[in-house]
Design a protein around this ligand. Sequence first.
Ligand SMILES: Nc1ncnc2c1ncn2[C@@H]1O[C@H](COP(=O)(O)OP(=O)(O)OP(=O)(O)O)[C@@H](O)[C@H]1O
Length: 489
Amino acid sequence: MSTSMNQVLIDSRGIPTSLRFTDASFFIEPTKLDGHKSSCCAGIYRRVKCTEVPLRNVVSARIASGAVEVQYLVRKGKESRLNLVMTSGTVQNEDNTRAKKWCEALILVAYQGANPSKNLKVLVNPHGGKGKGSASYVSKVEPILLAAGCTLDVTYTTHSGHAIEIAREMKLGYDALVIVSGDGLIHEVLNGINQHEHRNQAFCIPIAPIPTGSGNGMSLNLLGLQDGLDVCAAALNVLKGQPLKTDLFSFTQGDRRLISFMSQTIGITADIDIETEQLRWMGDTRFILGYIRAIIARKSCPIELSMKVVDQDKSRMVDVLHARRAGESPSPSSLPSSLLSDDKKPDGASSSHEEWTRFERPILWMYAGQGPFVSRALMQFPVSLADDGLIDISIQEITSRKTLLRAMDGAEEGQTYWINTNRYFKASAYRARPLASKGMLVVDGEQVPFEEFQVDVLNGLGTFLSPYPHYAPEFPVRDIQGKTQGTSV
Ligand SMILES: Nc1ncnc2c1ncn2[C@@H]1O[C@H](COP(=O)(O)OP(=O)(O)OP(=O)(O)O)[C@@H](O)[C@H]1O
C-alpha cells in the first residue's frame, strides 16, 4: 500500500478508505478485503468505488478529534448544481501529525497557495429576485465560507439604498465584498464605493456576486451558463476566484453622476424592466413575458444619439474577442488603425473615436453596456470584453413585429441568443437626448428619468472575482433568426 505524502488511509464508517490527491484532482477510494478475512491478506485491497473531485472544488481539510475531515463541492449529475459534502474518518495506520501534514498539503494545492480564510464583508438582500436570498445564504453559502475558515461580517439590507451607505463607510481591510442579491445591489455597492473617502483603494476590493436576484447578469458573465445561477459555485468563486479588472461607466446627467457597471437601456428594453417589477416572483421569466408584451405594443423611442464610435463590424468584433481570449494583450489606447479605415467609418461619416457620430434612425431600443449577459435569456453584448476601455452599444431600429418575435426562438430554458440588432457599435463614449415626452431609462436595474445624459468609460476601474481571466468562455450565440453564430464567442 502506498504511504506517499499524497495519500492517507482512513476508516470511514467501517470502510477502509484511501484519500489522495494529484495536481488536478482529489480522490476518495473506499477499499475492502478481496474475499479474504484472514489478516495475512490485510494488504490486498480491491477498489470498490472511486470518487474524483476537481481540486478546485476542495474547500477544507482538517483533523478533528482524531478524524480527517475533507469538505468539497460535488454535482449529483452532470447538469446538476454543486453541493457541499464531507468525507471523514479516523486515521488508520497513520499518526495524527502525518495526517495533519497531509491536510495542509491538500489545502495548499487546492488553493494554489492562497489563504482560504478570507476576511469578507457580506451583504444579503432579502428582497432580491424571488426573495430567497436570505434562505440561500444561510443554507448554502455561509456553510461553504465557514468551512474554509472565513471571517464573515454580514449585513442584511433593510431598504433600497442601504448598500450604498454600507459601501461608502466600509473599512478597507476586506479581502472581498460578497453580494448576495442581483445586479441591482452590485450597482448600489459600486456607487457607495464611488463616494468612499479612499475611493481608489475601495474599488480594488473585489466583488463576488452570489446570484439571488432576477437577472444575475454579472454572475452569469463571471461563472458561465452552467454555474452562473448556482449559489454554491458562486461561493466557491469567493474562495478561489482571481481578481478580474472590468471597465465601469460614468453616467452623467446634469449635476448627477452615477457609476454603471453593466448596462443602460432606453425604449422597449427599459420598459420591460420597469413594467415587470411586480412580477419579481417569476425570476427571470418576467423579462421574457415583458419582452413579448413590449413587442406587441412596439412603441418607438425617439432619441438623439451620438457616439464616439471605434468599431461597428460585428465579425471583426468576434475576431478581436477570440484574439484576446487566445492571449493577445488588450489594445484600448492603440486600437488597430484598420478599425478606423475609411470604408468602416460609421454611416459614411468622417470619424475617429475622438469624434462624435450621430445615429439618426428611429429606434425601438438602445442597450449599452458590457458583459455578454444581462440575464440568462438575453445575451445582449456577446462580443464584450471586460477591460477593453469600450462600451458596446446595441441598437434596434424599428422593424416588424414578426422579426422581433422570432428572437424568442432563443429564449428557451438554458438557451441564449444575440438579438441581432440592426446595429452594434463599440464606442469610447455616447450621449443620448429624448426627442419626445420623457420616460424612464434603466441603469443597471435602477430607474432614472430619461433626460439628456452622457456615458464615458472608466477603463478597468472595477474589480470582480472570477474563475477565468476573461468573462466566462463558450457562450453559444444565436441571432434573431435562431441561427447559430458561433459556439465559443
Ligand atoms: N430590504 C430591502 N427591501 C426592499 N428593497 C431592497 C432591500 N434591500 C435592497 N433592496 C433593493 O432591492 C433592489 C433589487 O435588488 P437586486 O437588483 O439585487 O435584485 P433583482 O432586481 O431581483 O435582480 P437583478 O438586478 O439581477 O435583475 C435593489 O436595487 C435594492 O435597492
